[in-house]
Design a binder for this molecule. Structure first.
Ligand code: PLP
Length: 499
């Protein structure tokens, strides 16, 4: 490839281009050692550049964040937590993890942070088990005047273990916007807990706090969980806190999707989970724009139990990713991140407004956060799957999503979920959102479900469309993307990318 050589031909300042040089050198090196992998990375850069990324859970991390992960930290085992390790030689990992913890605490104004979870799903598992251990195992140990589970007899331990499986988790139902890890039968969370869920008001599709309270009173969950993957509105965490207190539940918020909006101080007061929850779990790679990973924030009372993510749930932490998390937290502390977070929401509102002006049916009739949920079945007679395929064919990436009481089930779905975090990172504003709404509307309006060859009925998987309409959408998207280059410093000319 010779990407670096080509870049250096123009004699750029090394100091001003450290990230680019390091990135290109790494690609060139990979080309020598693993050409297929290098080729796939280059192809992925091109694919991302040439696509309008509307996937609500994705973003573009900075080159600095990406580079922070590519080093020898990956070689180090560091089970335990800073200054309390089960492995030798962890002094430098202590520095890195302690820095990430300290930055996360500052950024979110939290009592404590645990930055080891490898993903959002892992963060939830660490939180759930830590809470159960605090609620069940610790009091049992105290009552038996023991300090450690290994001091318990087989019978004493079995009695506690059985109690674990009798606890309830109350979270938002999957088809109403909750996440798999919030008690879905397909996920281990419904096997460790008796999972109970709250839905949404049938008419408004908003959280019905009265219903949540009624279910909580009836079910007495150990954990009340708030948070979502596909709910376009804000949650009043003060009410959820009240409900949790009334029934003696631990209040957990999964802010995986909206962590960036909390960090950017867009979600304040009753909408800021840190002020109300005992434990807040998150990913670092969605609106927060960091490396792929998870983390947990909690009050002092839960600190000891979250810090034991390893050995409870996790194996060795990923020190290279913790280094990148530290960098991402630092980036989010920059005042420009607040403007970014505000723009994400302005863009989502503009997108929603423009779609609604065309009579597109949105779940909850709009948005207050970074995502918009379209009922494509009701508006255009298309399944979510067919709509997703159509979008992919014009280089718009968005995913199909269930909507409340979805008529098409969880595979085909009736909804399309759009998110504005990634396009906002690319620099797009309200004007571009209006254009996107028009492109999307024209495309869906011109499409018809294809005929299912087996049944002769309208297909839930595919739609057909006039090729001229498709071409026009493709061209409009390509033109829009050309004004918002992605990682423009990574210059790929045809001769350098040929492998
Ligand atoms: N929690 C919520 C609310 C999510 O939306 C997601 C991912 O989409 C997760 C947890 C899981 O995150 P990860 O994919 O990093 O495990």
């Amino acid at each position: 490839m010779g990407l670096l050589k080509k870049f250096l031909e123009n004699k750029p300042s090394v100091d001003d281009n450290l990230e680019t040089i390091a990135y290109l050198a790494s690609l060139d090196n990979l080309q020598k050692k693993a050409p297929r992998i290098a080729h796939a990375i280059i192809e992925e850069i091109q694919r991302q550049r040439n696509s309008l990324k509307l996937i609500a859970s994705e973003n573009y991390s900075s080159l600095a964040v990406q580079l922070a992960m590519g080093n020898l930290l990956t070689d180090k085992y560091a089970e335990g937590h800073p200054h309390h390790r089960f492995y030798a030689g962890c002094e430098n990992i202590d520095t890195i993890e302690a820095e990430a913890v300290s930055l996360a605490k500052t950024l979110f104004e939290a009592d404590h942070a645990y930055v080891q979870p490898h993903s959002g799903a892992d963060a939830n598992l660490v939180a759930f088990w830590g809470i159960l251990i605090k609620r069940l195992e610790q009091p049992a140990l105290l009552a038996l005047e023991k300090t450690n589970v290994s001091q318990l007899s087989k019978e004493e331990y079995e009695k506690i273990r059985l109690q674990f499986s009798q606890q309830k988790l109350l979270g938002m139902a999957l088809d109403c916007g909750g996440h798999l890890t919030h008690g879905s039968r397909a996920n281990v969370s419904s096997k460790m807990f008796q999972a109970v869920s709250y839905g949404l008001d049938h008419r408004t599709h908003l959280i019905d706090y009265k219903e949540v309270r009624d279910i909580a009173r009836r079910e007495k969950p150990a954990i009340l969980l708030a948070g979502y993957s596909a709910y376009p509105r804000l949650i009043d965490f003060s009410i959820m806190r009240e409900i949790a207190d009334e029934v003696g539940a631990t209040f957990v918020v999964d802010m995986a999707h909206f962590a960036g909006l909390v960090a950017g101080k867009v979600l304040k007061g009753v909408y800021n989970p840190i002020l109300y929850a005992d434990v807040v779990t998150s990913t670092s790679h969605k609106t927060l724009r960091g490396p792929r990973g998870g983390f947990i924030l909690c009050t002092e009372a839960y600190k000891e139990f979250m810090d034991k993510g390893c050995p409870h749930v996790l194996g060795g932490p990923l020190p290279h990713v913790m280094a990148a998390k530290a960098l991402a937290f630092r980036e989010a502390l920059d005042p420009s991140f607040s403007s970014y977070a505000e723009q994400i929401v302005k863009n989502a509102k503009a997108l929603a407004q423009a779609l609604m002006a065309k009579k597109v049916h949105l779940i909850t009739n709009g948005t207050d956060n970074h995502l918009v949920l379209i009922d494509v079945q009701r508006t255009f007679g298309l399944s979510g799957r067919a709509a997703e395929n159509l979008l992919s064919s014009v280089h718009m990436t968005a995913n199909r999503n269930s909507i409340p009481q979805d008529p098409n089930g969880p595979w085909y779905c009736a909804g399309i979920r759009l998110g504005t975090a990634a396009l906002t990172t690319r620099g797009m504003k309200e004007q571009e959102m209006e254009k996107i709404a028009t492109i999307l509307y024209d495309l869906f309006k011109a499409a018809r479900p294809s005929e299912d060859p087996k049944t002769g009925k309208p297909s839930l998987a595919k739609a057909s469309i006039d090729e001229k309409v498709r071409e026009r959408a493709k061209n409009e998207i390509a033109e829009m993307l050309s004004s918002f280059p992605l990682y423009p410093e990574i210059v790929l000319s045809p001769e350098t990318i040929a492998v």
